[in-house]
Design a protein around this ligand. Structure first.
Ligand SMILES: [Zn+2]
Length: 467
């Protein structure tokens, strides 16, 4: 039986590898860090050729879109994974029709200020205080010591395009941190809703003033920051008319999605010095090609506006690297069986060295399971027993297995000394959960009581304890 093939796409920073090492003996993993854009027919063809062999594809964020045309050309695809819980670049309706499950990861616990909000403020301040311009000038060794003065934010107006979770946080910092006025606009935003949101973060009613007329909104703001979901309707939501309505001294910041702003209109506006500056973290396409005018134009010179660019860094900070829960998988039972009954026969196992994924079958032998059984996690209150002498997986003796139960077994029932001890989070509760799981060799006889154990483990415990 050949191993399932997993393709990991667009992992620019190489952060995914540690999360898949425990599966590397069972699935063949390929990394494709360079993005192909299916809107270009040649790249589309290359993308399909690249991905055709794969059973599982991990789409990192919205970097590679998967439309029906691409998905329809991937006959081997059985599972589509994505980071996060919302990925608008995937045609999930098509996946549903084809019976391809799409799975995402739960968000990390939010505490403090969201990284996109921090990045938004870093960009607003970088522009308003000419940080990037002055830094570059100093390093180029220019004679000029000081350029034009920075913008003072107090009393200025911040205009939020979109008043969702991020817009609200950006607005709150504008009011509490910088003494700015905040106005907001989006298609169906009402003052009542804006007041509710303001109260939700401890601000007074009216703190976010809704301006219903879109062009008046753009005409009033000194800083416009975009915090809007991208959809077909919101594409180009900031267009030529809106840019023309902005004040000459105003700043525009986009940390949401590139296509929300009409790029051609923005380039023209900035080339003509129509606004003071723009700071962009998002583009279309990404990564931004080397010959993109964003990268090659002498911004801030000859009457052009100042431009600050970052490579889509607003979404993630160090938190994204250290969230094991976001990558935890589990197997769930789709059948109900009585206590003690046979759940599965292990028929395709291969001998293995001791590894994170192996199961110990005797004093000194180990196997790889080569099946979905690999998704059975450890629990201190397991639903299954792995009988490695009979090569059987059975429902535990003291309770039945029900549809929806997690499929788990007690690792020390087969493992003496595990390759990778781990801190258990089985949720079995105080007294029942054993904490750090290292295998039976690291546990007292009393701790193993009440668990069904493989014969080799019972023998080894007896030998160790001398009775
Ligand atoms: Zn536990």
């Amino acid at each position: 039986m050949s191993q399932p093939k997993l393709a990991i796409l667009d992992d620019y920073q190489g952060i995914s590898a540690p999360h898949f090492t425990h599966l590397s003996s069972r699935i063949s993993i390929s990394q494709f860090p360079s993005t192909l854009d299916p809107r270009d027919p040649r790249q589309q063809e290359e993308l399909i050729t690249r991905l055709r062999p794969f059973d599982v594809i991990l789409a990192m964020r919205e970097r590679t879109p998967f439309n029906a045309e691409t998905l329809g050309a991937l006959p081997n695809l059985k599972l589509l994974l994505t980071t996060g819980t919302r990925n608008r670049a995937l045609d999930t309706e098509f996946c549903a029709a084809r019976g391809i499950p799409v799975a995402g990861t739960v968000g990390r616990a939010s505490g403090g200020v969201h990284s996109t909000v921090q990045h938004t403020w870093a960009l607003i301040l970088a522009l308003a205080r000419h940080v990037a311009r002055d830094d570059a000038a100093l390093k180029r060794g220019e004679e000029l010591w000081q350029g034009s003065l920075g913008m003072s934010l107090a009393g200025r107006t911040l205009g939020l395009v979109g008043l969702g979770k991020l817009g609200v946080q950006v607005g709150r910092i504008a009011i509490e941190g910088f003494g700015m006025e905040v106005i907001a606009w989006s298609t169906n935003l009402t003052q009542e809703r804006a007041d509710e949101l303001a109260k939700g973060v401890g601000l007074a009613e009216g703190s976010f003033a809704v301006v219903r007329d879109k062009l008046r909104f753009f005409g009033r703001a000194d800083v416009v920051s975009v915090h809007h979901v991208l959809s077909e309707r919101s594409r180009g939501i900031v267009g030529r008319r809106e840019l023309d309505a902005m004040k000459r001294g105003a700043l525009l910041v986009n940390t949401s999605r590139g296509p929300l702003i009409d790029e051609e209109a923005l380039l023209e506006t900035l080339n003509a010095g129509g606004i003071a500056g723009a700071a962009l973290d998002v583009f279309d396409p990404e990564p931004l090609p080397r010959d993109s005018p964003w990268r090659t134009t002498a911004w801030g010179e000859d009457g052009r506006s100042e431009v600050v660019l970052t490579p889509h860094m607003g979404y993630g900070d160090e938190q994204i690297h250290g969230c094991p829960a976001a990558f935890a998988n589990s197997a769930i039972s789709t059948t109900s069986l009585p206590a003690g009954s046979l759940f599965a026969k292990i028929t395709t196992a291969t001998p293995s060295k001791k590894a994170y994924t192996s199961v110990q079958t005797s004093r000194n032998t180990h196997i790889e399971l080569n099946s979905d059984l690999v998704f059975c996690n450890h629990s201190c209150n397991p639903s299954l027993n792995f009988d490695m002498a009979k090569m059987e997986v059975r429902v535990v003796d003291d309770r039945p297995l029900n549809v929806g139960d997690a499929l788990t077994f007690f690792y020390p029932s087969s493992e003496w000394d595990m390759d990778q001890p781990f801190e258990c989070n089985c949720g079995a509760g105080e007294g029942r959960c054993k904490g750090v799981i290292r295998g039976a060799g690291g546990m007292k006889r009393e701790e193993l009581e009440g668990y069904w154990l493989n014969a080799h483990i019972e023998e080894m415990v007896r030998e160790r304890d001398g009775f």
